[in-house]
Design a protein around this ligand. Structure first.
Ligand code: CP
Ligand code: NVA
Length: 301
């Protein structure tokens, strides 16, 4: 699943439901009672795992964490066979890992909803929490300006590109030319943006932060790309988000967003991420409410 599979109206419903879910956090409902969720992880996670586990468990559901280091998948059993078995025992599956195609194979062979908890290409549940957090500060996201600074071809930037195009959020990616999103995705999102009225801009010019409602960054080296650290540092050092860059927006109320985990002193300075403009910690909490809303809306009775 990516946000390309959903209409803007459906995404709006997820956002509205997230707001409701956050408001009724202490009501002790049991909307997942009797249900099971398989949490399949090829890559590490703190927020995504905890968001799924706590959101599902506190409403009476039974989440089961399955690291691919421990289960048969890929080692002694094909992905298709694992999917078939999980589909017999679980009401839904969350997958975090390398290939985007794994999400589809799991869905095709399990027959149950599969939530994409991050792949090399997309991080859709993150993008929903990001827009939700933007709306907590500025109201309806349509027409707001979100600027992503850093590795513009990574999973987080790509998912933001899709969700912004769908929802009419003006989205700017500022990155070195070597790290811009691929033309194939832009060719898909450009007509969507035209329809929603979103202004999409890809630029190497840090001056494009002017007027931003939110400045967003992510790590320079994503999981699975560890050999590229030196190369990325050389390319991205001029793109660090620091107070000078935040001030370049020309606004005092610009918020700072980061999906986390962060490498403080690399893609963002400590004063910015721990400072008054940062909403990174709300954003992390909002992973839980948005993920709960997604599950509530999509899990069959
Ligand atoms: N933002 C996010 O996905 O964090 P984790 O890697 O800790 O899940
Ligand atoms: N782009 C980062 C996001 C982590 C939540 C990664 O893939 O490692």
């Amino acid at each position: 699943m990516t946000w390309l599979d959903f209409t803007s109206e459906e995404i709006r419903l997820f956002l509205d439901l997230s707001k409701q879910v956050k408001l009724e956090r202490n009501e002790g409902k049991e909307r997942f009672k009797g249900k099971t969720l398989a949490l399949l992880f090829e890559k590490r996670s703190t927020r995504t795992r905890c968001a799924f586990e706590t959101a599902f468990g506190e409403e009476g559901g039974h989440p089961v964490f399955l690291s691919t280091d421990d289960i048969q998948l890929g080692a002694k059993e094909s992905l298709e066979d694992t999917a078939r078995v999980l589909g017999r025992m679980f009401n839904a599956i969350q997958f975090r890992g390398f290939k985007q195609s794994t999400v589809k194979t799991l869905a095709d062979y399990s027959g149950v909803p599969v939530y994409n908890g991050l792949t090399d290409l997309f991080h859709p549940t993150q993008a929903l929490a990001d827009i939700f957090t933007l709306e907590e500060s500025f109201g309806n996201c349509q027409g707001k300006k979100l600027v992503f600074v850093g590795d513009g071809r990574n999973n987080v930037a790509r998912s933001l590109l899709v969700i912004c195009a769908k929802l009419g959020v003006n989205f700017t990616i500022i990155s070195p030319p070597e790290l811009t999103p691929d033309a194939e995705l832009l060719n898909i999102t450009n007509p969507i943006a035209k329809k929603s009225g979103a202004d999409i801009l890809v630029s190497a010019d840090l001056g494009e932060v002017v007027g931003a409602d939110a400045v967003y960054t992510d790590v320079w080296v994503s999981m699975g790309e560890e050999t590229k650290r030196a190369e990325r540092r050389a390319l991205l050092s001029p793109y660090q988000v620091n107070q000078d860059l935040m001030d370049k927006t020309g606004r005092k109320d610009t918020i700072f967003l980061h999906c986390l985990p962060a490498i403080k002193g690399e893609e963002v300075t400590v004063d910015v991420i721990d400072g008054s403009q940062s909403r990174a910690w709300d954003q992390a909490e909002n992973r839980k409410w948005t993920i709960k809303a997604i599950m509530l809306a999509t899990l069959p009775e």
